[in-house]
Design a protein around this ligand. Structure first.
Ligand code: KG4
Ligand code: ZN
Length: 357
């Protein structure tokens, strides 16, 4: 057996049942031996959103099978696994419990270390599955539940520079898609809609664009879109609105990224300026193009995870597990499910009415 550690990762924080096996490599970039993501889209489609009880039930039904398939595909045997890493939070409590308990049981039966992983740290480290990146780096995390700029100074070492004060960006995409009549999950489909439209047709607001540093806000956009959709009559107008939304988001992220660059450089002195954009929304091609341009103009190297690693997956959980394993950071089997688990534990809670920016 190779002495390079092999980590089995498990992810069940929301509506994807995912298991992956990765192996450490001398290049510093681990090999993904297998990476299976079983999506529950068909289960939740008719409800227009994720139903936690149905999601948890489906995780229970599938986790064993997915783990077995992952193992078969990796050509490994259970005895080869060096440690088991599972998402402990943030996410839906009853969904997290399924993967975390499965992971604990597996680690215990194999007599190998167990590692509880922060899902957001999985996104933060996801491009390390194919690119060597040195700490510190600037991170823009844009997913269904989070939108944040963070300085990533090492494993478990995060300083939040900015966050959304209301909706997450993925949420804004999904809600806008719903208003345009696009079926769940709307985010990725909205981008396709936008390709057929004129992005200059509607002038949408850019909330808190000239205040609040690199904090973000998307709720005002959703309200504006709700108002416009009431008067929309043709399919073409829908495409135009989608295109205008897409363009507005690109501009907001570009302006706020420039502010984040400055804030990052104020607290870090680096030879190479790296900017990682991760999370489900990082799969958006328009956002990628715009942020490549913004980064080039500001001497930052922008790094995106491969599109397949942007959405929820267990390879990114195994990646965090790998770094923890190397530092011998293991957890006990009473490690709790933690539905709210920020990356920067010292950052103030910034949501709701009456926030002063
Ligand atoms: O990271 P992720 O898979 O799950 C969470 O941790 O939340 O992110 C899911 C979010 C959803 O809101 C989905 O609509 C959005 O990412 N998303 C996209 C695209 N692909 C996924 N939003 C915009 N454009 C895309 N291409
Ligand atoms: Zn996620």
């Amino acid at each position: 057996m190779s002495k390079n550690p092999i980590i089995l990762g498990i992810e069940t924080s929301c509506d994807e049942t995912a298991v992956s096996i990765i192996q450490d490599h001398e290049s510093g970039i681990p090999k993904i031996l297998s990476n299976i993501v079983s999506s529950q889209v068909d289960i939740h489609k008719e409800f227009g959103g994720v139903v936690p009880e149905l999601a948890a039930r489906s995780h229970v039904e599938k986790i064993n099978l997915i783990a077995k398939k992952t193992l078969d595909e990796s050509n490994m045997r259970l005895e080869n696994i060096s440690a088991v890493a599972a998402t402990a939070g943030p996410g839906l409590m009853i969904c997290l419990s399924v993967g975390l308990n499965f992971g604990k049981a597996l680690a215990s039966s194999l007599n190998v270390p167990f590692i509880g992983v922060n899902h957001l740290e999985g996104h933060a480290l996801s491009p390390k599955l194919h690119t060597n990146i040195n700490y510190p780096y600037l991170l823009l995390l844009i997913s269904g539940g989070h939108s944040q700029f963070l300085s990533v100074n090492g494993l478990g070492k995060y300083k939040r520079l900015g966050t959304t004060i209301d909706d997450a960006l993925g949420e804004a995409f999904d809600k806008t898609a719903k208003l345009l009549g696009i079926e769940f999950p709307g985010g990725p489909k909205l981008e396709k809609f936008a390709e057929r439209g004129d992005s200059n047709k509607f002038d949408l607001p850019k909330p808190i664009i000239s205040k609040g540093g690199c904090n973000l806000s998307f709720a005002g956009l959703k309200t504006a879109i709700l108002r416009i959709t009431k008067n929309i009559k043709t399919e073409q107008e829908k495409y135009d609105l989608a295109a205008s939304f897409q363009k507005t988001i690109e501009e907001i992220l570009s302006i706020k990224s420039k502010i984040a660059f400055d804030e990052f450089l104020k607290i870090n002195s680096v030879k190479k300026k790296s900017f990682v954009v991760a999370g489900g929304v990082a799969a958006n091609n328009g956002i990628r193009k715009k942020l490549i341009q913004t980064s080039n103009n500001n001497n930052f190297e922008v790094i995106f995870p491969n599109p397949k690693l942007c959405g929820d997956n267990a390879a990114m959980i195994a990646m965090v597990g790998m770094e923890m394993f190397k530092l011998k950071k293991f957890n006990n089997l009473d490690f709790p499910v933690t539905p709210r688990l920020p990356l920067d534990k010292n950052a103030a809670f910034l949501k709701g009415a009456g926030i002063k920016l």
